[in-house]
Ligand binder design. Structure first.
Ligand code: ATP
Ligand code: MG
Length: 436
């Protein structure tokens, strides 16, 4: 049970009323009532509490139950007509309520690490032990939902104080050794909130990095951390910070301090904003643009090493390979100083993913190339769609085979260049060019 002696018991109900939306408060009230009725202690924990105190909106509710988390999630689901997805092995459950985002429900647990960077073994415990296994003091606070109209803040590790001071502080000396992911998380929160990594914490972080502990992380976990850093509001600064802590070498040993790369990286943000004005059929994934940007102008071997270390899914790595190849061609083609025709513009942009287009615009940084992108997405992308199908071509007497590609390419070019506009004109075009 909650040890009242060692934690703060400050009531934060008026802060919640002031800062949360009415429906969020109503939901927390209902959860609290259910907890009281079931006679279990339930807490909202982690990021939600931190962001409430810091006055930032956060819609992710993480609950910890002193008792059976899955059972409590099922009770909430039944009461509120929701759905659950349970993970018995971890004693956790994801609850989806109508019209709400997900709520994660966990059983309060302690973690044991059999060896550094291993996945922990877990065991049910009190809220205090559950909070003690967390990464930083600012993320180790909870609010008790006990159904009496008060919401006590549970803060065993001076999280509130560190939040006020702007400090990222680990809870115990072995924290980074137990889970080196926290190294990346420290940078993430430091950059997001413009906080400082507290001196001792930074010392432990550096020695964990120097001991090559990152090498013990699986590709999947490492990629996840890199991805989360690149999703932050200022990804370039996050990359800079990774560089300062010598972290890039763990997945990209040969990334140099090439100034031109940083110039391109710094332009991505404004290109992303600009690109909202053109109707791209697929929205670029920001983190992927930055990831590609990091590897602009590095040798394929270095890029391949990173792809392997980070265990990228094959689909994404193939897409990135193709992007790298077409990016170089596109940049060369657009730098020739000659005005490309509509079908040439079409050929350049149609080969690139949404992410590579953004990177290309950042790298070229020219009004002229922006204009081509706008033409491609606002006009050529749609006008290139041919009305004739493969069956139509067969019906017209074109022999099925590789020639189909030539016919469609010629048709697309003709459409984009304004030579044909209707189905009838396409038929005439094919007859005159391919069936004489
Ligand atoms: P965000 O706003 O980025 O989601 P968050 O604090 O909610 O921040 P999550 O990754 O969603 O972070 O994790 C939720 C909580 O779980 C954290 O607040 C922290 O208490 C705990 N946590 C997550 N990852 C770790 C970790 N690697 N080590 C220890 N505690 C962790
Ligand atoms: Mg979260």
């Amino acid at each position: 049970m909650f040890d009242e002696e060692s934690g703060s018991m400050k009531d934060v109900s008026s802060l919640m009323k002031e800062r949360l939306k009415a429906d969020q408060i109503a939901l927390l009230d209902l959860i609290a009532e259910t907890a009281a009725h079931q006679q279990v202690s339930v807490y909202v924990v982690g990021g939600f509490v931190r962001d409430l105190l810091f006055n930032i909106q956060n819609l992710d509710i993480d609950l910890v139950v002193e008792g059976d988390g899955i059972n409590f999630s099922e009770i909430l689901a039944e009461k509120f007509n929701g759905r659950t997805k349970n993970y018995e092995k971890f004693g956790t459950s994801t609850l989806t309520l109508k019209g709400q985002s997900h709520i994660d429900v966990a059983t309060a647990r302690t973690e044991y690490y059999s060896h550094p960077a291993a996945l922990p073994k877990v065991e049910p415990s009190s809220i205090k032990s559950d909070l003690a296994r967390r990464d930083f003091t600012i993320n180790s606070m909870a609010i008790k939902l006990n159904g009496q109209g008060v919401f006590p803040l549970v803060d065993f590790f001076d999280g509130e104080m560190d939040l006020k001071d702007g400090s990222i502080r680990i809870l115990h000396d072995r924290s980074f050794i137990e889970d080196p992911c926290r190294i990346f998380r420290a940078i993430r929160f430091e950059q997001r909130f413009e906080f400082c990594i507290e001196d001792q914490t930074r010392g432990f972080m550096k020695s964990a990095i120097e001991s090559d502990l990152i090498n013990q992380l699986s590709g999947k976990r490492l990629l996840n951390e890199v991805k989360l850093l690149l999703k932050e509001p200022d990804p370039v600064r996050c990359v800079d910070r990774m560089k300062e802590f010598s972290l890039l070498q763990f997945f990209a040993s040969d990334i140099s301090n090439d100034d031109s790369r940083w110039l391109v990286m710094k332009k991505i943000d404004s290109v992303l904003i600009w690109s909202k004005m053109i109707s791209m059929p697929k929205k670029p994934e920001t983190w992927l643009v930055y990831f590609l940007g990091l590897f602009v102008a590095v040798k394929d071997a270095v890029f391949e090493q990173a792809v392997e270390r980070l265990s990228f899914p094959v689909k994404i790595s193939n897409r990135m390979r193709s992007d790298r190849e077409h990016f170089i061609k596109a940049r060369r083609g657009l730098n020739e100083g000659r005005e490309p025709g509509p079908s040439e513009i079409y050929d350049i942009f149609s080969e690139l993913s949404a992410e590579a287009v953004i990177l290309l615009l950042a790298a070229c940084s020219s009004e002229r190339v922006n204009k081509y992108a706008a033409l491609y997405f606002n006009e050529y992308y749609t006008s290139a769609k041919t009305k004739l199908t493969g069956d139509d071509l067969i019906g017209m007497g074109v022999e099925p085979g590789p020639i189909f590609n030539d016919v469609f390419k010629a048709l697309r070019d003709a459409r984009v260049n304004g030579q044909v506009a209707s189905r009838d004109e396409e038929v005439l075009f094919v007859e005159s060019q391919f069936l004489k």
